[in-house]
Write a protein that binds this ligand. Structure first.
Ligand code: NAD
Ligand code: ZN
Length: 254
């Protein structure tokens, strides 16, 4: 484990020598942009709920009018923030390496930083669709102030409720992005795992697969996680502080 302000020279060397770089990001990647992680205390109107109980098909079935404004508020928050220095560093890395970016995040901050995202494992907050027929729905108006209850709009095709395009706890991941993410974790020279607690499966299984194949896995996270004991290198720093230093050190001309 390393808490130094500079990256481990062994990690710099691995990244410098790598051609295929697989990157897996979680909510911590966007924390310094101002998007709260799930494990952070919930705030505002939803503080008495934990995210795991709002982000479920059961919550939607039981009370869509309560769940819907939570998503409007989160979508609004994402629209109002900017990519951080970590997102930008990953986009820069892709100018030097074959980067395969896999994210659990439902925001669009990697794309706005200029990265191509191989797989959004958990979907997108900003892609709305019909609960019943799956037809894509236009982005609803995002309110300035959150409200405690609001009716979801209805689908133009079938009249079903419009839902956010995220994967809820208990739902299956879309097959295509998951398979692309699996291939990227099986065939890489190095895997960087950034800002994920490693508790949400099957996403957390991907770097474990890489490790089992002997691929070096590097964790970037200010705190210890479920994956920390499995990785070769853990750097206790944040995405926005650590990634620019690592990318600069590994791509600097020698
Ligand atoms: N921005 C988003 O899109 C967003 C936000 C909240 C939750 N989610 C969803 O929540 C699920 C939870 O899993 P998860 O593992 O992604 O998130 P998580 O909330 O379980 O864990 C966040 C991790 O990020 C670390 N972290 C906090 N600040 C950091 C920083 N500045 N730099 C680097 N790491 C930092 C924490 O130590 C923690 O390990 C995911 O499925 C994701 O879809 C997404
Ligand atoms: Zn419909």
């Amino acid at each position: 484990m390393r808490t130094e302000p500079t990256p481990d020279p062994a990690v710099v060397d691995l990244l410098r020598a790598a051609t295929k770089v697989t990157v897996m990001t979680g909510a911590g990647m966007s924390a310094e942009s101002g998007v709260p992680t799930f494990r952070d205390a919930q705030t505002g109107l939803w503080e008495e709920f934990d995210a795991a109980s709002l982000a479920t098909p059961e919550a939607w079935e039981d009370d869509p009018e309560m769940v819907w404004p939570w998503y409007l508020w989160r979508a609004r928050m994402v629209r109002g923030v900017e990519p951080n220095a970590g997102h930008l560093a990953l986009a820069e890395l892709a100018r030097h390496k074959d980067v395969r970016l896999v994210t659990q995040n439902v925001d669009d901050l990697h794309e706005r930083a200029g990265s191509d995202v191989l797989a959004h494992l958990h979907g997108s907050l900003l892609a709305f669709r019909c609960t019943d027929c799956g037809a894509p729905a236009p982005e609803p108006e995002l309110p300035e102030e959150p409200t405690s209850r609001a009716m979801p709009p209805v689908c133009a095709e079938c009249g079903g409720y419009v839902r956010p395009g995220v994967v809820w706890f208990g739902e299956s991941l879309a097959l295509e992005p998951f398979e692309a993410a699996e291939r990227a974790h099986e065939d890489a020279d190095i895997v960087l795992v950034i800002g994920t607690s490693g508790v949400v499966f099957p996403a957390a299984a991907l770097p474990i697969t890489s490790r089992g194949l002997g691929i070096p896995v590097v964790e970037i996270n200010p705190d210890e996680t479920e994956l920390s004991d499995l990785v070769q290198h853990a750097w206790r720093t944040t995405a926005a502080a650590g990634l620019p230093l690592l990318v600069e050190a590994a791509t600097r001309p020698v």
